[in-house]
Design a protein around this ligand. Structure first.
Ligand code: 3PG
Length: 316
């Protein structure tokens, strides 16, 4: 009987990939990261896919993979996978919950600190040969009010990391009935969170209820001195409304790691803004996080195909 054939679509920690390839119960395509063309060519034979956010198993892709049984999202968010269609086709989906969450929380913190202290702009000006201290007077994080939208694993980790900064943390999450931390206050509406905070950091998954929810109306509730950070999903924020808010300085600045359309290769109107920091979806991109997600993904592949055990299933 032929061995289950696994394709690693979006890149993986080198050592984990080597140990995955050494698993004699499965056959792994020898490329650590496949090009789009390679993935297309391998789909008819694939029984398992390991993906990150770049590969999007939608109806079109799934229809090209008649032998596909299992998709592992080596990471957290599964909004790039058409899970309803997978379920119709009997394809199981898993993620690696928690494995990259610390990196995501730290990246949100890095973005807020960067906007507060204007670090990227100061760096760019130094590279131009300037020494312009006066232009880059920033603000402290200490004692500020930080609002966390979405208080799941990543939101809560950010809350813990923020404790050392002695900030006032509040959060909005309809799924969390009581604050798990004495120093974090639960608020009852997004309006309250956005109007009260000096910094708002978004940490919800992209689901129907969160799509476009940060719009003109909510942004207009924010203080002119406030900062918005998004290291969750781009489509939670209406980008045209964000552009207007930043352009008209109705909010002070923003740090965004995620965008309505990714990858963001062409210049958009967001690139014009001098109060927005952009990073290319780096929340989970650390060596540590990639080691952990890769290890979990490799273990779960083995569980599924060798031990007939489905771990960390995601259905919706
Ligand atoms: C996630 O959902 O796990 C993060 O957004 C990281 O995504 P990535 O694995 O594509 O970097």
């Amino acid at each position: 009987m032929s061995k289950p054939f696994i394709v690693v679509c979006d890149g993986m920690d080198k050592n984990i990939f080597e140990s995955l390839c050494a698993n004699e119960n499965i056959e792994v395509h020898p490329n650590k990261k496949c090009t789009q063309e390679e993935i297309e060519g391998l789909l008819p034979k694939a029984n398992g896919l390991i993906i990150r956010s770049a590969t999007k198993p939608n109806k079109e892709l799934i229809d090209k993979a008649p032998n596909l049984k299992y998709i592992i999202r080596a990471g957290e968010g599964t909004d790039n996978i058409d899970k309803a269609y997978c379920s119709e086709k009997g394809i199981k989906v898993s993620n690696t919950p928690g494995a990259n969450n610390n990196s995501a929380a730290e990246h949100a913190l890095a973005l807020m600190m960067s906007v507060l202290r204007k670090t990227p702009w100061a760096h760019a000006s130094m590279k131009e040969g300037q020494w312009n201290k006066a232009a880059f007077t920033g603000n402290e994080l200490w004692k500020k009010k930080v609002g966390i939208m979405g208080f799941g694993r990543i939101g809560q980790l950010l809350c813990k990391r923020l404790q050392g900064f002695e900030v006032e943390v509040s959060f909005f999450d309809p799924g969390v009935t009581e604050s798990p931390f004495s120093w974090a206050k639960k608020v009852n509406s997004l309006d309250e969170l956005f109007s009260d905070s000096d910094i708002v950091s978004i940490h919800t998954p992209l689901i129907e209820a969160t799509k476009g929810v940060v719009n003109k109306d909510l942004l207009s509730k924010m203080k002119p001195s406030s900062i918005l950070v998004n290291a969750a999903r781009g489509k939670i924020v209406n980008e045209a409304d964000l552009y207007d808010a930043l352009k008209n300085n109705t909010i002070r600045g923003a740090g965004f790691d995620v965008f309505e359309t990714e990858p963001l290769k062409e210049k958009t109107q967001l690139h014009e803004l001098d109060n927005l920091i952009l990073t290319p979806h780096l929340g989970g991109s650390t060596e540590e996080a990639q080691f952990r997600v890769g290890q979990m993904a490799a273990d779960q592949i083995n569980e599924f195909f060798v031990n007939n055990n489905l771990v960390n299933e995601v259905t919706s």
